[in-house]
Design a binder for this molecule. Structure first.
Ligand code: SAH
Length: 217
């Protein structure tokens, strides 16, 4: 489809596709224009970086579909003073997009190799406001909590309790919930003074949130 198109043309098409799939928030679009998805995809799939599809990355994981990254980012309503936690660093692409909009992004993955590779990309980009962690993100990051915003990019059956507890009052969390082998729901949680409101945004498909830290691979 894109054969012969220049990188600039592909990027224009990329932004056009995002808009046509419902990513209309201008701050989100500006952030996604700044971060080159091509930096986060390697090998055979690199030439498909500007297509609206998930792609395989190392450790059997995937970089999410750009329109889903855009829809989750805009649903999160990030402001420049915010500290954001991302569970599921993967390639680092979603964290890099959030880092354009937030004060600081804390991102955690259970695969040490993915964290190392994402960190190397953030260094090359000179993106200094991302802090990476290796660990089981379903416990959150108690030492850095509470967070203004939390995004989970792997599917759990339910919103993990520690993450709900680490969300500020007035904060928002966006996450996919449901069984890993079926269609899941993208949920937005608002924390208010006395509890949590849940809102279902759309159906999505993510790799599962898995317990524990992965062995080196
Ligand atoms: N946000 C990523 C895509 C994430 S794919 C991107 O922009 O590329 C989902 C990621 O969640 C995988 O890298 C997987 O290793 C990670 N993951 C799954 N369970 C986890 C857990 N309990 N804690 C931390 N990371 C987890």
């Amino acid at each position: 489809m894109n054969d012969g198109a220049s990188i600039a043309e592909r990027k224009m098409q990329f932004l056009y596709t995002l808009r046509s799939r419902g990513v209309t928030d201008s701050a989100t679009l500006v952030a996604m224009e700044k971060v080159d998805r091509g930096d986060f995809v390697r090998g055979l799939f690199a030439e498909r970086a500007y297509e609206d599809m998930p792609l395989p990355i190392a450790c059997g994981q995937t970089i999410s579909q750009p329109s889903v990254v855009g829809l989750m980012t805009q649903a999160l309503q990030v402001a420049s003073r915010h500290r954001v936690l991302e569970v599921g660093t993967g390639s680092g692409y979603q964290a890099a997009v959030l880092a354009q909009m937030a004060r600081r992004v804390y991102t955690i993955d259970r695969h040490p190799r993915l964290v190392r590779e994402a960190e190397a990309i953030f260094d090359r980009m000179e993106q200094g406001n991302i802090t990476t962690f290796t660990g089981d993100g379903s416990h959150g990051l108690p030492d850095q909590a509470p967070f203004d915003r939390i995004i989970v990019t792997a599917a759990a059956e339910d919103a993990p309790g520690p993450l709900l507890a680490q969300l500020k009052i007035g904060g928002i969390m966006v996450l996919p919930v449901g069984q890993s082998d079926t269609v899941q729901s993208l949920i937005r949680v608002h924390r208010h003074e006395t509890g949590y409101d849940y809102e279902e945004l759309r159906s999505v498909r993510f790799v599962p949130l898995v317990e524990g830290v992965a062995k080196e691979d």
